[in-house]
Write a protein that binds this ligand. Structure first.
Ligand code: C2O
Ligand code: CU
Length: 489
């Protein structure tokens, strides 16, 4: 059945997507990079840091004088950046000002399932929801976006997304750029399609999902950022619905990758290209020279995508974009060397594994079935470590995201992961016909009634049901809503 689904997708939608896209050399870089504002917060009587966010409908001018209908948090497009410290108790008062139900998921956050903002916590139009939890994970670039079952692609594409930065003492002690919007830039990358007048429109539906032929960075087309420091930190977030990127600098200089989804790597890794599938983040450092202009591009080759060329073309996989221009001031503040050692990561934990599960991605299904809200597919025991074998049995790339935990990759097709994939991850790019071995530790928050999700983060695939549910339970317990065909073994 899964095979049929794939060929229908290939024949039905594959060729509708753009075959090849290039904006290289065509982008003027005449708009200053918008920096999402820092979300204000207050500290309530018991010390909780309280934020508020409202999902709103509005209009955005992507081209001068042309209004597009968009959605945003506390504004018309995207949302403010939340910042909190490890150890802090936080609450977010979320209001839904849309005329449809939505919800906010805290992507990458370790928190109780009821606070996770999955499809079980929907907020009605005009309604509100106030999740509250204690931040208990290393400094990292996390993000937030809606998760309504079957409609996530549309909600994110309309503009509902923002960053959530976790800070901690260990990261703060390192000589790294961290002045938000100055030498530490949020870079939220999305592809979009526009009419000739410049109105945003629903993009072509390839079998990957919605693909645009232009990029928005923090909601702007072709932006530039003025920088005054030798060393600049970019927090790259692929908030696109379907497209993956391979970020490179136009002149071939390398990026120093310092952090992945869940926080710092043990040591920085010099890379020619940084590949991010939807949902993934990377923190990179780049060194600039006085007065220069430097362009960040994405050059996604079939090789970077792990694809056969024909499939890459059908997927929009062979494509290149101008992303962002850095304009260095004539005089730059000097920066210290990047420290050799960034963080001490615990061992991957393969010896601690008490349970192994397999997840097969094929068609728009995981393990030959589609997500059902009233079925919990797996029960994992609190305080234990598991191995999840994720295998892509199809010829098309997918991704795999797990809520609640930051995991480590133990192997890819049996080999150790490259250094850029050896740190904390919550979302991975899953190449065709490739097997990934993930090691996950389920700490805290047992709740047999409320599941977390795992899914493909190509949002159209997620919306098609390429998703499943797991609940963290006490030893000997099983999740409610578990059916006899429970895949535990
Ligand atoms: Cu970023 Cu379940 O999602
Ligand atoms: Cu997928």
């Amino acid at each position: 059945a899964a095979g049929v689904a794939v060929s229908v997708a290939f024949a039905g939608c594959g060729l509708v997507g753009p075959a090849r896209v290039s904006t290289v050399g065509e982008v003027d870089f005449d708009t200053p990079l918008p920096i999402p504002p820092l979300a204000p917060s207050t500290i309530d009587a018991d010390g909780t840091r309280v934020f508020s966010l409202e999902a709103q409908a509005g209009t955005t001018e992507f081209a001068p004088g042309v209004e597009s209908e968009t959605w945003g948090f506390d504004g018309a497009y995207l949302g403010p950046t939340l910042v909190a410290d490890r150890g802090e108790r936080v609450r977010v008062d979320v209001a839904n000002g849309l005329d449809v139900a939505t919800i906010v998921h805290w992507h990458g956050m370790h928190l109780p399932a009821e606070m996770d903002g999955g499809p079980h916590q929907m907020i009605d139009p005009g309604g509100a929801w106030s999740p509250e939890w204690t931040i208990d994970q290393p400094a990292a670039t996390l993000w937030y976006h809606p998760h309504p079952h079957g409609e996530t692609e549309q909600h994110v594409a309309r503009g509902l997304a923002g960053m959530f930065l976790v800070r901690d003492d260990a990261e703060a002690a390192l000589p790294l750029p961290r002045e938000y919007g100055v030498d530490d830039l949020p870079v939220i990358v999305q592809d979009a399609a526009f009419t000739d007048e410049g109105r945003i429109e629903s993009s072509a539906q390839g079998f990957a999902g919605r693909l645009g032929d232009e990029l928005l960075v923090n909601g702007a087309r072709g932006p530039y950022a003025e920088v005054h420091d030798e060393l600049v930190r970019l927090r790259l977030l692929n908030a696109s619905t379907a497209r993956s990127y391979a970020f490179t600098w136009e002149d071939g200089r390398q990026s120093e990758l310092i952090a992945t989804d869940g926080g710092l790597l043990e040591a920085s890794v010099a890379l020619d290209r940084v590949v991010l599938s939807p949902g993934e983040r990377a923190e990179v450092l780049v060194r600039v020279a006085p007065g220069e202009r430097l362009t960040l591009q994405s050059v996604m080759t079939p090789d970077a995508a792990g694809l056969q060329p024909t499939i890459a073309a059908m997927n929009g996989g062979t494509d290149e974009f101008d992303v962002l221009e850095l304009r260095a001031a004539a005089e730059l503040d000097p920066a210290p060397d990047v420290p050799d050692r960034l963080a001490d990561l615990p061992p991957v934990g393969t010896e601690d594994v008490v349970e192994t599960r397999t997840f097969t991605l094929d068609g728009f299904q995981i393990d030959g079935r589609q997500m059902q809200l009233d079925r919990i597919d797996h029960s994992t025991t609190v305080g234990t470590t598991e191995r999840w074998r994720v295998e892509n049995a199809s010829a098309m790339p997918h991704s795999f995201h797990v809520h609640d935990v930051q995991f480590r990759i133990a192997s890819i097709d049996g080999a150790a992961p490259p250094p850029e994939l050896a740190g904390w991850k919550d979302t991975i790019f899953v190449r065709p016909e490739t097997e990934y071995e993930l090691i996950l530790r389920f700490e805290d928050y047992a709740d047999p009634d409320t599941p977390y999700m795992y899914h493909c983060h190509l949002l159209w695939h997620e919306d098609q049901g390429m998703m499943g549910q797991f609940a963290v339970v006490e030893p000997g317990q099983r999740a409610t809503m578990t059916e006899e065909t429970d895949h535990d073994h």
